[in-house]
Write a protein that binds this ligand. Sequence first.
Ligand code: GTP
Ligand code: MG
Length: 706
Amino acid sequence: MKIAPNLRQELDFLQDSLASLETGVDARARQELLPLRQRLDGWAAKVAVIGQVKAGKSTFVNALLHWHDFLPSDINPWTSVVTDVRINIPGDPATGARFDFFTETDWQEIIGTGTRIRALTEELLPGFDSELLRRQSEEMCERAQRRLGRHYHALLGGQHDYEHLSPDLLRRYVCAGPGNDDGLEREALGRYAALTKNASIYMQLPEFAVPTIITDTPGVNDPFLVRDEITCRSLDRSDVFVMVLSAHQPLTDVDIALIRILARQDAKDVMIFVNRIDELDEFAQAVPRVLADVAQRLRDAIPEIDFRIVAGSAWFAGLAIAEDDSNGSAREAADNEELAQYLHASYGQVPQSRSQRLMLASGLNDLKSTLSELIDQGVGSRQLGQFRGDIRAELDAVLFIGAQEQEALAQQLGALCRDTAQPPAEDPETAIAAIRALRDSVVARIDAADAEIERAVATSWAGLESRLNRAVDAFVDGQKSVFQDRLFGSGGVDGGDGMLVIDTTPLQDFLETEVRESFAAARPGTDAILEQCIDACRTIITSRFQDPTANINLSGLPYDSFTSSLTSTRRSLRVGLIADRSWAFWRKPSVSLGKTVAALRTIAAEELRAPVEKILAAYSEAQLARATAGMSRIRVMLRMFDTVVNEQAQRLNQEKAERQRQTASPKDLATRQRDLRAALDALEQRMLTLSSLDAALKRSEMRMAA
Ligand SMILES: Nc1nc2c(ncn2[C@@H]2O[C@H](COP(=O)(O)OP(=O)(O)OP(=O)(O)O)[C@@H](O)[C@H]2O)c(=O)[nH]1
Ligand SMILES: [Mg+2]
């Protein structure tokens, strides 16, 4: 099965279109097309596999890659590094891997020495046992140092590259390994894991029709905060999410919160894979029930989205792939009467061979076709739509310049053919000055729009910032009685395990809604500035030329809407950490209620401020990304003028020289006429090709819209 075959066609078409555009222009204009070329060549469908610890994410990715036991998997929390599997990416090695290590700065940030929070904690809670906190945050660093010895410092900030791939290699870098390293001195397992920031795996797989990056992530509820943070940040990089659930525990509140945020983000798609069905009792009957339950819960929580849900077992897929003897007994045990019943009930068929039966029951094929549709029709086609818009804007400019050149050449030829060197209808110098003036007013208009957008973005950012900060303050204030009650009330601390659990769901919901609505409210404003700018430039240009800007519009711009995944699971853990600190303190008899509550409030507010700042940064980045994409289409108009002015000036000089020569030699005159005719013919040919490219792009737009 091919994944995203339609998009392959579209991508080929865009590549070809850009290539013919590149051949249809001169070297300088080709240089201008370079950024577009680089973006198009670097495009990939980005799929992240997410879910709770032990849902079977890595096993599932292995099944997708058709490589049993490739990414390390285990019954303990195991994947500790965000791992990008880069499939068929142009420019990547055919096979191999790169592992990037933390830098000294990353490390300082992680250890957190000297951070505001640390200082605050110690100041506000005198006598607070910060050893506990220090131990937790330094554990990772110490572990890396212990395992790596004197190599440790040399590795920081560096990377390791390999030209081959093997499960053993990955076990060294991305695998958490057991809780302690005793006895592992000489072993490779997890040797570099604590120091590895990111892993990239290079592969060529014909099944993937377009360049694709599949990201395997540590579980979202990973108890280790550093990993959780990195996972959260990596989510913003992906466009399609496969949420892997375990059939035993089909959907937790954390899962729903995460799905809601991701699914509401513009241009992001989420699908669900209910894994481990083989572990359900009588799964032939149980699976439809579990699926119905997951669907119902998602409908209740997020009614506006119809999620695609597939059930299966990554374990079955692994058995189907690994046909070697070592798995013989496991394959035989899995291929039982219940499996046949399930296949019959769910698929209406029981294939002939064992591998086929296991593969069908694994749900992998269903999943691939769903994934293929999501990329083909969802995010992939939206992103390629933006490329189409960009290519058309460039093409418009090239056609415009071509038309000007045609006119100028024809004029020149006309002048040559006249008996005497008469001045042309419009004095060329005046013409150039007029175009320059036109260009200047377009520049002024674009600069004005730039400034307006900057102001609009800053205003909306500031408004959102104060609303978010107020929300955080109000939330923390609201917790005062909760702190008081839990720390000093009769009930004591929740759960008996020393954890003070504070529910941040209302705050999260609020932040999420606020960010989404602010973006929705601000977007029409910036879009209007862009539209007005296009209109104004159009008016200026059409005062002299036929409208060359008909195809310049804002279609396909990124970020129709925006929600940040940074508002997801993170803060409940942070608050958990606060609880850890307060727990040690709480037992001190001399504690003063007022001071403790005030201190906890300040710390909570500080802790919550960091994610708010990140949300704000992501928010304005999204706004600017949209505005920049729109402005770059408008700037294409500007380049048209530059080219036309340059060419006209060049021709003016030529003409002057020409007029002087003309009288001298009739032979030269004939040669010159012939040259001009040839140039005009060549240009006409080029314009014809470009016009047909224009028509093809229009057709493709209609095809994709349908
Ligand atoms: N029975 C059964 N076991 C599975 C299935 N999928 C994964 N497992 C097993 O469950 C364990 C965890 O699988 P992983 O793939 O490591 O899970 P993960 O989600 O990547 O876990 P972390 O990386 O630690 O978050 C391994 O022992 C797998 O062999 C499944 O469909 N059925
Ligand atoms: Mg894993």
